[in-house]
Design a protein around this ligand. Structure first.
Ligand SMILES: C[C@H](OP(=O)(O)OC[C@@H](O)[C@@H](O)[C@@H](O)Cn1c2nc(=O)[nH]c(=O)c-2cc2ccc(O)cc21)C(=O)N[C@@H](CCC(=O)N[C@@H](CCC(=O)O)C(=O)O)C(=O)O
Length: 319
């Protein structure tokens, strides 16, 4: 099982650099930086991280083909590959509606758009010229794997057809039980097999020696995940819809107390990997059984990020 770590660049990049270096020293193999216009710039964050690390692979987790022309993404990721000594990976997804509404971007035909974007990026990285005449004058040091951020059935199937990996925002085996057959369907339709695809659980993780502390740290993130989850996912986990409505309304009003106190154990089990290192190792084994090949430690990582990164390095990665 590969282990990655995810950071949202909503805190000083210098701090994130420190955490990623610590993660690299503790055996994490991938660093994914999220891409939302209202946070710090994803490529500036990755540049800084590349300069303080030398082994961990790193890339956007995930950008999208609407806010940047695919040629700009190709140039950015080839540049990252050069300055990181061949460690770049590219995570790209259809983006999220909230972003596009705020930027006045029309979110049209996400499946065909992502397919074309990945084909164009691959061609450009190889030095080929697009039908528009676009062509890079730089070359990567290494093969740059392209991962897709995906949740929906068509997006998962597309990932199976064209992507080197899939980053799925999920922490529970039930979600992979549903997702992996869709990825497999896409892979088989393209004459590929599942072994070629790195299936990553982009999880909400919270690890601490004290399970209660780990649980409490996961609650705020789980509240937002529950509030943003489609009915199909909530039903899959037997989650109380009324409670989710209550969380949604409370979050809208900024009433975090009510929102967080409404989060229950069913939601925590569904939307996070939390507990002691032993607890989390068992949960990761459950994901591996479903075919997950990478677990990405996403927010909050734990009540104390530094302590939790070390704990994961010492007691989870070797397990
Ligand atoms: C578009 C959407 O795909 P989705 O995979 O469910 O999108 C949800 C998220 O994956 C997407 O919002 C991501 O960008 C969210 N996301 C991030 N989004 C960000 O903006 N920034 C991030 O940093 C980020 C990180 C991230 C990490 C992991 C992950 O799994 C997702 C992440 C969807 O609705 N898909 C459906 C419908 C697709 C569709 O619209 N089909 C139409 C159009 C077909 C066509 O396009 O030609 C049709 O069938 O007619 C489906 O897959 O079945």
């Amino acid at each position: 099982m590969k282990v990655g770590i995810e950071f949202v660049p909503n805190e000083p990049i210098v701090k994130i650099c420190y955490y990623v270096k610590l993660a690299e020293d503790n055996g994490f193999q991938y660093c994914w930086i999220t891409d939302h216009y209202n946070n710090r710039n994803v490529y500036m964050a990755l540049t800084a991280i590349a300069s303080v690390t030398n082994k961990i692979k790193l890339g956007p987790g995930v950008t999208n083909p609407y806010i940047r022309n695919p040629a700009i993404t190709a140039s950015a990721v080839v540049t990252l590959d050069e300055l990181s000594g061949g460690r770049a990976v590219l995570g790209i997804g259809p983006g999220d509606k909230a972003t596009f509404d705020a930027l006045g971007i029309e979110w049209a035909k996400p499946v065909s758009t992502i397919k074309k974007a990945i084909a164009d990026i691959r061609a450009l990285i190889k030095g080929e010229k697009l039908e528009t005449g676009a062509q890079l004058s730089i070359k990567p040091i290494s093969e740059i794997p392209i991962y897709m951020g995906a949740q929906g059935p068509k997006m998962l199937e597309t990932a199976g057809m064209i992507a080197d990996g899939v980053l799925i925002n999920a922490s529970n085996p039930k979600d992979f039980e549903a997702a992996i057959p869709m990825i497999r369907k896409g892979a088989e339709s393209a004459g590929r097999n599942m072994e070629e695809i790195d299936v990553a659980a982009y999880a909400c993780m919270s690890v601490d020696k004290n399970p209660e502390k780990a649980k409490q740290a996961a609650v705020p993130v789980v509240a937002f995940i529950a509030a943003g989850s489609p009915p199909m996912v909530l039903e899959r986990h037997g989650i109380d819809m009324e409670k989710v409505e209550k969380i949604r309304n409370a979050l809208k009003k900024g009433d975090f107390g009510t929102a967080f106190s409404t989060v229950d154990d069913t939601m925590l089990e569904a939307f996070s990997l939390y507990g002691t290192p032993e607890d989390v190792v068992e949960k990761i084994k459950g994901l591996a059984k479903m075919g997950v090949t990478q677990v990405v430690a996403g927010s909050p990582i734990g009540p104390n990020k530094e302590k939790s990164i070390k704990l994961i390095g010492k007691e989870i990665i070797p397990a």
